[in-house]
Design a protein around this ligand. Structure first.
Ligand SMILES: C[S@@+](CC[C@H](N)C(=O)[O-])C[C@H]1O[C@@H](n2cnc3c(N)ncnc32)[C@H](O)[C@@H]1O
Length: 284
């Protein structure tokens, strides 16, 4: 059955056929390492149907053709947004930040003058801004404000990175931040009704696009902590192991590695870490 599209008619109203699904998921895997199981066909079809409407294309086969022959990087960003989720929150999995606070406190009290933290799938920025708040908290507690502390925040999605850079969030979204820090680091922008992150917190963070499946990464390290949370869940073991090899290259001995609650490190790579809590590791 045909349904009305933006300018034309969408011929495909049900899930996409097996050949198109297989081609599409193999392109997605090659491009961003995301594995789509058979059960995802209906979800993918529904979400791509929206792209058909936006692009005034009439069938899944046309979309595939567009991707192969015409699409620019922007369409890939849209597609990656379609297949992954950007769900995130300030102070998500708070025990990771409590551990980081303790570690930073110890490092700076021991005389460390340089801190480098990486948020490896930063989504819309709540994770790197939380890291910045926690580092500032730790430095204030230890009375060491002269420490050179920087955060690198990367994501594959340029759309998410633009949100990060603007640094505006709904009032509801900043509620997990303790009230004193909310008042210190956020200001209501009356024109947008959103909470604007303060420039000094923003200055601690460098935002850059990085596809985690394209190893080796350009950074040299060493990093003191790497937060790679709720992204490896999309990848198969081969891609995960490639990412963890890069983490091992970049993370200093004694550095922290935080992953999502549904993720794990497996095989020989696990021997390189000490597990210090739920989804928290220290590099040996
Ligand atoms: C669920 S969010 C995780 C956000 C944050 N780390 C957290 O735990 O709250 C997943 C993010 O991974 C990003 N992503 C998906 N595939 C990626 C890839 N191959 N390389 C880098 N980032 C990727 C998505 O764009 C999305 O922003």
């Amino acid at each position: 059955m045909a349904i009305q599209a933006g300018l034309g008619l969408i011929q495909d109203s049900g899930p996409m056929d097996t050949t198109t699904f297989n081609k599409l998921r193999s392109m997605i895997y090659d491009r961003c390492g995301i594995t789509l199981r058979d059960t995802k066909r209906t979800m993918l079809s529904a979400r791509i149907r929206k792209r058909l409407r936006d692009l005034s294309l009439s069938s899944f086969a046309d979309y595939l053709d567009f991707l192969v022959n015409e699409a620019q990087e922007d369409e890939w960003v849209e597609l990656i947004n379609v297949v992954s989720t950007n769900v995130t929150a300030f102070f998500r999995e708070p025990h990771h930040f409590e551990e980081l606070l303790k570690a930073v406190d110890q490092w700076v009290r021991a005389g460390q003058k340089r801190l480098r933290i990486w948020s490896a799938a930063s989504s819309s920025g709540q994770e790197p801004y939380t890291l910045a708040i926690v580092i500032r908290r730790a430095l204030n507690l230890a009375g060491h404000n002269e420490v050179d502390a920087k955060i690198l925040a990367t994501d594959i999605s340029t759309k998410m990175l633009s949100i990060c850079k603007v640094g505006q969030y709904p009032t509801e979204a900043i509620k997990p931040i303790p009230v004193e820090e909310r008042n210190r680091y956020f200001k209501l922008d009356r024109s947008t009704g959103m909470q604007q992150v303060s420039p000094d917190l923003r200055r601690m963070i460098t935002f850059a696009r990085l596809n985690l499946t394209e190893a080796p990464y350009a950074m040299k390290g060493p990093m003191d902590a790497i937060f790679c949370r709720n992204v490896m869940i999309y990848f198969d073991n081969h891609v995960r192991s490639k990412i963890i090899d890069q983490v091992l290259r970049l993370l200093k001995p004694g550095g922290l590695f935080m992953i999502g609650h549904a993720e794990s490190i497996q095989g020989p790579q696990l021997k390189q870490f000490t597990r210090i809590g739920a989804s928290m590791y220290r590099r040996k």
